[in-house]
Design a protein around this ligand. Structure first.
Ligand SMILES: Cc1ncc(C[n+]2csc(CCOP(=O)(O)OP(=O)(O)O)c2C)c(N)n1
Ligand SMILES: [Mg+2]
Length: 366
């Protein structure tokens, strides 16, 4: 039988090369003509309870982060701390579409919101921020290194872009073990320029791994805007050379986020390989806690807050659906109470014993 050496993805005659020992040369062709793509995402049609749930989850992240900022100012939190304020719709919308029993999530250091959106107790997240033994990483990981293996939340990573390769490994595990899970791997617009991201794209598409690469394009890396740092700033196109389809999404609209997640999941679960979602979002606060923010004007930040705040957007929709002002006030009060309780816990619960320095350094799994 004739051996077929053709790469399974190549749409045209690689056999020409095998017969005449000459590679076909194509100039000026669009990179991937007539290629199948995921369907165009539609905004999610949330019922009133779902919409209220989105509102609660986003508001919890906002108030939690504001409180974390205060505790940092008071000296209860040390080291790095990156707030998610402004980006709430992304984690809430995307993660609401996941199957909590089998899918996995991995992200970078701006991770508190993703954990809260996953339903992890605010107390153990806040206690991790204040470095207490009751924290989710026993107070030894801090803001950037939080994990919940029970929930399949794999961090929390400080090395920009590292979570993309690790996430690709998680996706490999999903495929290898046939557990039906999909990995959601988040990274930033700055991280999108890291080399290991592209090595991961290559392997993920080649092996059709079940992974959604989520670029949280909040317009800025540490101190530079995406437009000044990226030769291709339409980041959803970054997978073209690897044949990974990309979709750009309004990351300030939780319904658009959820709708995009559903299409991406349908594609990936059908075994068609990875998808890139570029979430157009915005961070309101500095990169970390000390940031002179010389790279943008206050007016710019205010304009986004006024015109496209993700929480105000849902609040408007709820009001249009007839939810009363008092009900929304009650939600706000309950969330403030939850956050205050988390802060009280995080301030009062003890620090780890010194002996804990020597535990959890290495986990041998075999
Ligand atoms: C490999 C590596 N290089 C540089 C840094 C320093 N650094 C930390 S965050 C950051 C910016 C990343 O920006 P982006 O990916 O857009 O994420 P965002 O902070 O906006 O969420 C940089 C350069 C790092 N932590 N790791
Ligand atoms: Mg960024």
């Amino acid at each position: 039988m004739k051996q077929d050496y053709r790469h399974p993805h190549l749409p045209y005659g690689n056999e020409v090369f095998l017969i005449v020992a000459k590679a076909p040369v194509r100039t000026n062709e669009p990179p991937i003509p007539n290629r199948e793509r995921p369907a165009e995402p539609q905004p999610f049609e949330a019922n009133p309870e779902q919409l209220l749930q989105f509102y609660k989850e986003m508001l919890l992240i906002r108030r939690f982060e504001e409180k974390a900022g205060q505790l940092y100012g008071l000296g209860f939190i040390g080291g790095f701390c990156h707030l998610y304020i402004g980006q709430e719709a992304v984690a809430v919308g995307l993660q609401s579409a996941l199957d909590g029993e089998r899918d996995s999530v991995i992200t970078g250091y701006r991770d508190h919101g993703h954990m809260l959106a996953y339903g992890i107790d605010p107390k153990v997240i806040m206690a991790e921020l204040t470095g207490r033994a009751a924290g989710i990483s026993k107070g030894k990981g801090g803001s950037m290194h939080m994990f919940s293996t029970e929930k399949r939340f794999y961090g929390g990573h400080g090395i920009v872009g590292a979570q993309v390769s690790l996430g690709t490994g998680l996706a490999f595990k999903h495929k290898y073990s046939g557990d039906g899970g999909v990995c959601l791997a988040y990274f930033g617009d700055g991280a999108a320029n890291q080399g290991q991201v592209y090595e991961s794209f290559n392997m993920a598409e080649l092996w059709k791994l079940p992974i959604i690469f989520v670029i949280e394009n909040n317009q800025y890396a540490m101190g530079t805007s995406v437009n000044r740092a990226s030769s291709e700033d339409q980041l959803y196109r970054r997978g073209e050379s690897f044949r990974i389809p990309g979709i750009q999404v309004d990351g300030m609209d939780v319904l658009a986020c959820r709708g995009a997640a559903e299409e991406a999941l349908a594609w990936v679960r059908a075994g068609k390989g990875p998808v890139i979602l570029e979430m157009k979002t915005y961070r309101y606060r500095g990169h970390s806690m000390s940031d002179p923010a010389k790279y943008r004007s206050r007016d710019e930040v205010q304009a986004v807050r006024d015109k496209s705040d993700p929480i105000e957007h849902v609040k408007r929709l709820l009001t249009e659906q007839g939810v009363k002002e008092e009900e929304l006030k009650k939600v706000e009060q309950d969330i403030r109470k939850t956050v205050n309780e988390a802060a009280d816990f995080a301030e009062s619960t003890p620090e780890p014993e010194v002996g804990e320095l020597y535990t959890d350094v290495l986990v041998e799994t075999y």
